[in-house]
Ligand binder design. Sequence first.
Ligand code: PMP
Length: 427
Amino acid sequence: MANYHNLSNEALQEKYNTLQDAYEKIASQQLQLDMTRGKPCTEQLDLSQPMLDVLTSASAVKTENGLDARNYGILDGIPEAKAFFASILDVSPEQVIVGGNSSLTMMHDSIVQFLLHGVSEDAAPWVKQGNVKFLCPSPGYDRHFAICEALGIEMIPVAMTPEGPNMDEVEKLAAADPQIKGIWCVPKYSNPDGITYTDNVVDRLATMKTAADDFRIFWDNAYTVHHLTDEPDELKDIITAASKAGNSDRVLQFASTSKVTFPGSGVSVLASSESNIAFYKKNLSIQSIGPDKLNQLRHVAFLKDKATLADHMKKHAAIIAPKFQTVLSILNEKLGGKGIADWTNPNGGYFISLNTMEGCAKQVVELAKKAGVTLTSAGATYPYGKDPYDANIRIAPTLPPIQDLKKAIDVLCLCVEMVSINHLLHK
Ligand code: PMP
């Protein structure tokens, strides 16, 4: 395939005209394809349908310590759910709070608590310490950035590398500025790049010097069991690494079953040091009388243990891995070798990250929208919605049926080619 950077303007113009004809044909079909968010498809949701049938008898609604799960109580989660998540996250049940339906809510609440009450009994509230800043490895998860923006936390973008955040940058910034109170991390199959942090990155995060003694790592391990291949990535356990380095309170690890069972009706979990868990629980006691224990019971009865969960996740992979392959093969066929885009090939998670030439992503998304394909807004993967390179587009392949997915990625590739050629012609 010819690299477009080596073509004459005449050859580029000729290609553009052909692509424009194809685009107009597709646009006239009035497609309505939504590729915006990483949602599981119906077949994936169907995998967990039997979970809704497990609490049918009177004994089924009792927790293992004999409490009636239909009533108030047990603020930090039922014992069997704590044991289940502790085994998945390699911590002790005392280091776990099992919550409600959303880990994002737990992250948001943790930050609000730190702003208002500080990170522990004897720490000053962040709001009383001046301008609070967070390090934001980018591209990253737009909803993390939305929390910071809504709560007035200044975001400092840090580049992502194939090994995780650029640690030279992270260490330098965190050591120099006591106003930097935290960092967002999606350490496994990151959103959107699908990167798993290397052991070296995990160790450096766990051990680095921070100017703020109330610095916290928000370790959003949302995709910890969401493999797409039989050779899953391994992520080093940061809670142990931080604890060994004398930083046992530094890390708050979050996860949920949103993309294991039912998004919106899953179970969330926070794992951290026992002292952080005690403090979170104290604040939580003002907010809630207890979580949805029936849903926790359902989840433990259905997902049972590590091995059962792993089998369940393989069924997810069997449904979605072909969708990822479809996207990758179209990208390869349509854009490969042209020098106008590159993309990730993740071993897990929910996204493929596409990078156009600088200054093209916004126009690509707009052009695709006009042809009936809605993509995540360009820029959404960066703090304040501003991608300094205007290059990153997040592709979420899981939701659409494969035929729709093919159409949507065809349109996307067409738009990438058109915008790139335009860019090259007007350089
Ligand atoms: N973290 C990441 C990295 C995510 O991609 C998502 C969902 N797309 C969430 C958190 C949301 O999790 P929950 O449903 O538990 O709030």
